[in-house]
Design a protein around this ligand. Structure first.
Ligand code: FES
Length: 114
């Protein structure tokens, strides 16, 4: 039987997150890039799948709904973490994120073993 560890953390107030930018937050030791576009929020793992680089330091493309790694320019789709341009070929994990009143809440679910 498998178990899942669920970590749900308030990462800040809506107003803490600048529009069309990525902000790095720590969710129980897991670094997450929170991207705000208008009133919509997205949460991707902060580490590029190409190398150990922080994606939240990259550029948000609001029209394309992507986050571009600053190091070599790979773009990751905000909705599912898919790498849509090289040199990255693997996706980054995405996490549940929701607005609860004035709060922004990220939920990370990690499948455990037995
Ligand atoms: S480290 Fe992100 S594209 Fe190379």
């Amino acid at each position: 039987m498998s178990t899942a560890d669920v970590t749900e953390i308030r990462v800040g107030a809506v107003a803490d997150f600048p529009v069309d930018e990525a902000t790095k937050v720590d969710v129980g030791g897991c670094l997450v890039a929170v991207v705000r576009i208008g009133d919509d929020f997205y949460a991707l793992d902060d580490t590029c799948s190409h190398a150990d680089v922080s994606l939240s330091e990259g550029m948000v493309e609001a029209d394309d709904l992507t986050l571009e790694c600053w190091r070599h320019g790979a773009q990751f789709r905000l909705t599912d973490g898919e790498a849509v341009t090289l040199p990255a070929t693997r996706p980054v994990p995405v996490y549940d994120i929701r607005v609860d009143g004035d709060d922004v809440v990220v939920t990370i679910t990690q499948e455990g073993g037995s």
